[in-house]
Design a protein around this ligand. Structure first.
Ligand code: ASP
Length: 317
């Protein structure tokens, strides 16, 4: 029987046990477990990988701990601009949005783009107009507000710093103490189809309509039944230069790397050499998974039909 599997992440970075309270750690683990359960239930019932990744990402978007949907970081102007993408590895159909406002679940809008726009990538006001046309659920600005994100932004809003960070109360530059709170999911279903989805608020204090890697097909998100499905989190600009997700797929397609080997080559060699801190989750069409990062930690979890599962945060647990 075809093995099926779901893997998710809630961001990577300088996530250290000594910076975490037991209560907060418990909340993160529960948030990951809830998203894993929601997505895995879809697979268990024989559902499609695409629905599983969408369901898992929606759960993480609704959780204020993670930098996606509710709880997204603030831009320089003090608003929330959201990016998301989804891709179906069976058809290579994909949908993505960037810089959208007030959309409760950006991953749902990305799916609408994939299925009903005739396009793949919509941005800004146009994407919001499309959300209204499709009846995608919107929320007022207050819905997205969380005190900790607001405080993070208030610390640096008058500076030129931008912050690839979530959860830390320290001012950080691009060079130290980075945390990346993007969320993502990849799945292989019982038919051997793979899918990937990623959603983010980007970086605190971002401006000029900055968009990172997350919603870009082939960079932060990619799925192809021939190889794998990948969702990334990390320093978006470097992931873009590295063409990260597609590079994993290419190593498998053209060089016969296994999923694990391909992920390690990109995350632990290529991205490290370029200064690209972060990680990714991947599955291949045989239901194998990889959770690979080059930072201190990555919020991550997986479950497969062989009865294996884990919810982990730090390098060793
Ligand atoms: N990759 C995201 C970005 O650059 C950040 C993250 O992973 O948290 O927008």
């Amino acid at each position: 029987m075809q093995k099926f599997c779901l893997a998710i992440h809630g961001g990577a970075g300088t996530i250290l046990k000594e910076d975490m309270t037991p209560e907060l750690e418990k909340e993160y683990r529960e948030g990951l477990a809830a998203a894993l359960k929601a997505g895995y239930t879809v697979l268990e019932k024989g559902g499609a990988a695409l629905n599983a990744v969408k369901t898992a990402v929606m759960s993480l978007e609704d959780n204020p701990l993670f930098n996606a949907g509710k709880g997204a970081v603030f831009t320089k102007k003090g608003v929330n601009e959201l990016d998301a993408a989804i891709m179906d590895g069976q058809t290579l159909d994909a949908g993505a949005v960037a810089g959208v406002r007030n959309v409760r679940n950006p991953v749902l809008l990305a799916e609408e783009v994939m299925k009903h726009s005739g396009h793949i990538f919509l941005v800004g006001k146009g994407a919001n107009d499309f959300a209204i046309k499709r009846g995608v659920e919107l929320e007022p600005d207050e819905y997205f507000f969380t005190q900790h994100r607001y405080d993070q932004w208030r610390e640096i809003r008058d500076s030129d710093f931008y912050k690839l960070d979530q959860g830390s109360d320290r001012l950080v530059s691009l060079l130290k103490n980075k945390k990346f709170g993007t969320v993502g999911a990849v799945a292989c279903d019982s038919s051997g189809n793979v899918a990937a989805a990623t959603s983010t608020g980007g970086m605190t204090n971002k401006r000029y309509g900055r968009v990172g890697d997350s919603p870009i097909i082939g960079i932060g998100t990619y799925a192809n039944n021939k190889t794998c499905a990948v969702s990334c989190t990390g320093y978006g600009e470097i992931f873009i230069k590295a063409v990260a997700a597609y590079d994993v797929s290419c190593l498998m397609e053209y060089k016969n790397f296994s999923l694990q080997e391909a992920c390690e080559e990109v995350v632990k060699k290529k991205l490290v050499a370029m200064g690209g801190e972060g990680g990714l989750v991947g599955v291949d069409a045989k239901g194998n998974h990889a959770l690979v990062f080059n930072s201190a930690g990555m919020y991550r979890a997986f479950q497969n039909s062989e009865g294996e599962s884990a919810v982990e945060i730090y390098a060793n647990s």
